[in-house]
Design a binder for this molecule. Structure first.
Ligand SMILES: [Ca+2]
Ligand SMILES: [Ca+2]
Ligand SMILES: [Ca+2]
Length: 229
């Protein structure tokens, strides 16, 4: 019994040492889709990549949406893990948790061979499947997360797309991993919608404001709002 335990410990130690080297994660390409306008490997207006490392593909990208009506935004990422050591096609993708309302996702081969993820990313129709649901890997992995949201005139939305080597502790996320090296990239996203009708003015104030608007126009409304803040 003791011998078995010792062997198990040695085997575990060997496994850990073989995956202990720092994985090399690099970003082959990425794409941004905001309301159907697609940018590849660049940040268009409304997209903040200051917290994102385009070399490793780790960090957070912010996309801001505004204007009344339906909106869509998504991020497509094609990472490679330890490509120089064990290729870019020995990798796996999995999804954890449940997406929330308005959230879409996809894991697939990036489209150079058979995957439809890039086509779906451009069309805004991420299929919420891993390789079409018919295989798990190993393959060349790419991932995408997207949001559909409808905004009122007083609302704006910010989508946060985060890529990390550390697994999120809660919520829905995608995982891209290389079992040979132990490297992994976790992809998660959150959507924050802000704004309220009247900007938080109490009901009585709204009625009064309407009267003032009728008389004094928008300038009067704005000064009234400021007086309540
Ligand atoms: Ca690899
Ligand atoms: Ca697909
Ligand atoms: Ca890849």
């Amino acid at each position: 019994m003791k011998t078995t335990t010792t062997l198990a410990a040695l085997a575990l130690a060997a496994t850990l040492s073989s995956t202990n080297a720092t994985p090399i994660i690099d970003l082959f390409e990425y794409g941004v889709n905001i309301d159907g306008a697609v940018s590849n490997n660049s940040a268009p207006a409304g997209v903040n990549i200051s917290g994102f490392d385009t070399g490793t593909g780790l960090g957070t990208i912010l996309m801001t949406l505004s204007g009344v009506g339906a909106h869509y935004c998504s991020l497509f990422v094609d990472h490679e893990i330890d490509e120089s050591i064990n290729t870019f096609f020995n990798e796996f993708g999995t999804a954890a948790g449940a997406p929330v309302a308005g959230q879409s996702w996809e894991i697939d081969e990036p489209g150079y061979v058979f995957g439809d993820i890039y086509t779906n990313f451009v069309a805004g129709t991420l299929d919420k499947l891993i390789f079409g649901g018919t295989m798990s890997g190993p393959e060349d992995i790419s991932m995408a997360l997207g949001w559909n949201v409808t905004l009122a005139s007083w609302q704006s939305a910010t989508a946060y797309f985060t890529l990390s080597e550390t697994a999120p502790t809660s919520g829905f996320y995608l995982k891209h991993s290389d079992p040979a090296s132990g490297g992994a990239v976790y992809f998660s996203s959150a959507l924050n919608v802000t704004g309220s009708p009247g900007g938080g003015v109490p009901d009585g104030g709204s009625t009064l404001a309407l009267l003032l608007c009728a008389c004094g126009g928008l300038a009067g409304w704005r000064s009234l709002r400021q007086s309540f803040l």
